[in-house]
Design a protein around this ligand. Structure first.
Ligand SMILES: *Cc1c(COP(=O)(O)O)cnc(C)c1O
Length: 481
């Protein structure tokens, strides 16, 4: 059995297994579940063998090493096959759902992680995780209601993953104004059955507050949260680092750098785990936009919360703090929950905390193999143009953050830039950069029209807790048993 502990469990070191950790999400003490220890690194010989696997085989291999037998291998393989099937990844060639492509004859390579149902890399983790939850709950004939707030990609990716699964239902709040028509349509077409969309007449913070306040009420205390800190999401992202590496290098052992467009630090943390499992990654390079919490942290060792986000053209990286970073801090502080608790408490109360307060050097993260850079609005437009001119690829603004940061560096080794969304989701920025619109994959051609045709796709409510509770009670009554 793989064991997980909370990063803040100062009490007694209570250990949970993987299935408990993913069903609970957040630990009861407010900490994040994290593996007690990581598996032994793979040998180069084993890596050579893994490099010949399909993505589903590779995913099952890496995941089963991380989970032990918490989910029996035969079920894990079945979950994986369904999560990464052709129906979910219709543009995949030869079943490669995460293809790598060189940019012209440069040292830069694009790793496409956005071929899933909602055209953003959130699918890579949510597709398998929802099925794992469905399997785990199904064993006990249990049900789980999920409630979440979204202002962008997570909402549709979570709904697409949960849609049609028997043990799960999901209710997603989003601000009535503010999301792009494409994002709204992506969610709207999923309404019905076990998926409910609620448009709140308020902003994203109002949506988040409603979620928090609802689950405080004992009547709704069993509702699970959809958020970016579930350990199941992180562990589902480790395998594409292996695949990306194998597709990029000439031989096992070659060192590469990987640039990760980052917000909540989930993606890059998965890369760190892949490196700890023996993958020859030299630097993990954190790319941010103007919301540069993580860039400051890597450069100065100071973790400083921002009072508000600056809206940018790469909105999924607009963050005030980076929740998953707590898992790395725990490791850097010697797997010590007391120190982690203290560090996070200082961050929560003062809004700032530094390594030097803990007797550690300011460049602790750089010593641990992390570098960083940031981009501006203009940089992203330039990088979209540069990539199009150099290699012919059209990239989205999040990927452009990574390309910008890669281009700021010498690139003395092959550099893999993670591509986290399809440009079709950000047509306006692409048009601004290139004067053309990205072509739409067939499955999205009349998305907005389809959503418009759908009656009652969104239930509109004021930002009022009692109204929301009434809606949730109605959903419970009307749910097919
Ligand atoms: C969520 C997201 C990111 C940021 O990933 P983190 O794991 O939060 O660092 C980057 N790009 C896109 C398109 C995303 O949806």
């Amino acid at each position: 059995m793989a064991e997980f502990v909370s990063t803040r469990d100062v009490g007694g070191g209570e250990v949970v297994n993987y299935t408990q950790a993913i069903v609970e999400g957040l630990a009861p003490d407010g900490g994040l579940y994290t593996p007690v220890e990581l598996p032994e690194p793979f040998s180069w010989q084993e890596l050579g063998y893994m490099s010949k696997m399909t993505y589903t085989q590779l995913f099952t291999q890496v995941k089963s090493v991380l989970l032990g037998d918490d989910i029996p291998p035969i079920h894990l393989a079945d979950i994986t096959n369904r999560a990464f099937c052709t129906e979910n990844f219709p543009e995949a060639v030869n079943c490669n759902v995460v293809p790598v492509e060189q940019i012209g004859d440069t040292n830069l390579y694009l790793h496409d992680l956005s071929g899933g149902p909602t055209a953003a890399f959130k699918d890579m983790a949510l597709q398998p995780l929802a099925r794992e939850l469905d399997y785990v709950l199904g064993v006990d004939s249990a049900m789980l209601e999920l409630l979440g707030a979204t202002s962008g990609d997570t909402g549709s990716a979570a709904e697409a993953a949960v849609k049609g699964l028997g043990a799960l239902s999901i209710c997603m709040l989003s601000p009535k104004e503010g999301m792009s028509p494409f994002q709204r349509a992506q969610m709207g077409i999923l309404s019905g059955g076990n998926v409910t969309n609620i448009a709140v007449q308020g902003d994203f913070d109002a949506c988040q507050d409603l979620v928090k306040d609802t689950v405080q009420d004992p009547e709704f205390a069993t509702i699970g949260a959809v958020n970016s800190i579930n350990i199941g999401r992180i562990l589902s992202q480790v395998s594409y680092y292996f695949s990306g590496y194998f597709q990029t290098v000439d031989g096992i052992g070659e060192q590469i750098d990987i640039v990760v467009p980052s917000g909540n630090f989930g993606n890059v943390l998965a890369g760190h785990i892949a490196r700890s499992m023996g993958l020859p990654i030299r630097n993990l390079i954190v790319a941010t936009n103007e919301n540069d919490v993580l860039h400051e942290l890597v450069q100065t060792g100071v973790y400083r919360k921002r009072s508000r986000t600056k809206p940018t053209s790469s909105p999924s990286m607009d963050i005030t703090k980076a929740s998953n970073y707590e898992r790395l801090v725990y490791q850097l502080l010697g797997n010590n929950p007391e120190r982690t608790h203290h560090y996070m408490h200082q961050f929560a109360t003062k809004g700032v905390v530094s390594f030097e307060d803990y007797g550690m050097p300011a460049d602790t993260l750089q010593r641990a193999g992390f570098l960083s850079g940031m981009s501006t609005e203009q940089d992203r437009l330039d990088s979209i143009r540069w990539t199009h001119e150099t290699g012919g690829q059209i990239i989205d603004p999040h990927t452009a953050d990574a390309i910008t940061v890669a281009r700021q560096r010498p690139c003395d080794v092959k550099t893999l830039c993670l591509s986290t969304a399809r440009p079709v989701k950000f047509e306006y920025t692409i048009f601004e950069a290139l004067g053309i619109r990205p072509s739409r994959p067939d499955r999205f051609t009349d998305l907005e029209a389809q959503a418009d045709k759908k009656e009652g796709a969104f239930i509109t409510i004021p930002p009022n807790l009692d109204v929301l509770k009434r809606v949730i009670r109605d959903i419970r009554i009307n749910r097919p048993q």
